[in-house]
Design a protein around this ligand. Sequence first.
Ligand SMILES: Nc1nc2c(ncn2[C@@H]2O[C@H](COP(=O)(O)OP(=O)(O)OP(=O)(O)O)[C@@H](O)[C@H]2O)c(=O)[nH]1
Length: 612
Amino acid sequence: MESLVGLVNRIQRACTVVGDHGGGGDNALPTLWESLPSVVVIGGQSAGKSSVLESIVGRDFLPRGYGIVTRRPLVLQLHKIEEDGTEYAEFLHAPKRKFTDFAKVRQEIQDETDRITGKSKKISPVPIHLNIYSPSVVNLTVIDLPGLTKVAVEGQPQSVVDDIENMVRSYVQKPNSIILAISPANQDIATSDAIKLAREVDPQGERTFGVLTKLDLMDRGTNAIEVLEGRSYRLKQPWVGVVNRSQADIHMNVDMITARRREREYFATSLDYGHLAPKMGSEYLAKLLSKYLESIIKTQIPSIASSINKSIKELEREMDDLGRPVAVDAGAQLFTILQLCRAFDQIFKEHLDGGRPGGDRIYAVFDNQLPAALRKLPIDRHLSADNVKKVVSQADGYQPHLIAPEQGYRRLIEGALSYFKGPAEASVDAVHSVLKNLVRVSIGETQELRRFPKLQSQIANAAYEALERFRAESKKTTLRLVDMESHYLTVDFFRKLPEDVETGANPASPIVDRYAEGYYKRIGSNVSSYVGMVAKTLKTSIPKAVVHCQVREAKMCLLDHFYAQVGRSQGQQLAQMLDEDPSLTERRQQCAKRMELYKSARDDIDSVAWGR
Ligand SMILES: Nc1nc2c(ncn2[C@@H]2O[C@H](COP(=O)(O)OP(=O)(O)OP(=O)(O)O)[C@@H](O)[C@H]2O)c(=O)[nH]1
């Protein structure tokens, strides 16, 4: 049975080493500490908490004084060692220092308290962790807390009263805590701060141990039999009375061995408590607690084991998300980088081909934006009768055309087609910005890349550069399409124009007709029909050019230049690319440590459970 408490103690110690002290914020790792039982000492100020703790340990090591002495929680883990082993203490904050002189332990507790709270009388919820290894202790984890108080002492804000109560409550309300409620016998039990709080969080008294101190200080003729026999305040566990060293004993350096002996004698010879003697005193209390802890642990083993398994699963999931540690050799690093690039490229392609959203915005450019832009071109203004007349006259020069204004037609068509360059370029730019946005989104969606901010930005830059190249090529091609339309006109169109179109050009007609408005309107309308036909062609050929030059290229060779650059990189440069966010490296290490703790705890529990 001893092995069960020893086991939990060992797991608790391991928890402490990996930084699992229970609790935590949003981003907290799973905690094993919280699922393990521990003893929490509570009581009013000067009720005798520290004295009880020292008696349990059998050592004099806690700071003493007036006012609030315990100002930070003290998590005390007692480890029983071989009979001939050397007794020593060790703090979590100074793991390399072994204390064999317990007066120095007291000094260190004081100094460590001051380190966080300053020399003031402030309190802090940050615990001090102390391990004591001794042949004369029972395996236990006991937490000493600041004394509950009703008034702040000088130099303290009034809020300290609530702060202490809240801090103490946060420990005792955990269902796994065993409450050691210390009350002084020379005060009415009904007014005990410890009992008041214990009743609040454990109304049935199932996990509360009542301890009555200062029995020796009770008024003559009075005794605490009513309390000790459980009639004043009923608890499931028996009340234990103790007699600690008085302040005078402390001044006179009465050692703990003498104090324990005196306590035994006190009960053995007491007229009031003689009949209860075997169940009184600090030594009995320590054994009672340890035994109780054993029974609790025994019932809790299955739930502890299942909490461990649950936490292992949570950690596995998180470690999967965090990814494997970065390789150290250049070959493996190169492989990792290429794999990461491919993962990104795959997601980018899914955005274009469907499966992930975004690619449809390219179609929207061709289907809405381009036709709308083409419709809005000021072709009508360009082909107004006045402008047609102006362009035709200028094209004719000093010699007006004789039959048909060939040069005028050409100039009018060229002028109208030059307007198409704007929408063509705008389509290229719009698709460019869709692609750029998809690169950004895809990088964000590439889980594996998350921990490599440098590589992320390098991939982004390389992709943006490539997109710029594709954009330049695409502009050249689409503008060339427009130029091609102006450089060679579709002869058939003009041949098929109705005969009367050329009436104005009939030399038989009076010369003035040729300069009438109707004549130019007709020319304008012919050019407009031709330009409309070209617009129809460009509406389909521009998207083809854009897809060919930008979308297809982005799909096929977005990172080609980057791959070449990575291939030329040396070890140092590769390592820099995989320079992951240090907070992630740290988190992975923490997870790995926790995982180790949980796995060894699970093995330990399994072996004990099977051994029973
Ligand atoms: N005579 C006698 N004195 C006791 C007994 N228990 C505690 N004292 C004295 O009461 C005083 C307060 O005891 P502590 O153990 O320091 O009390 P505490 O509850 O830890 O005090 P804080 O941490 O300051 O809240 C000390 O002077 C002890 O010597 C007891 O059983 N008998």
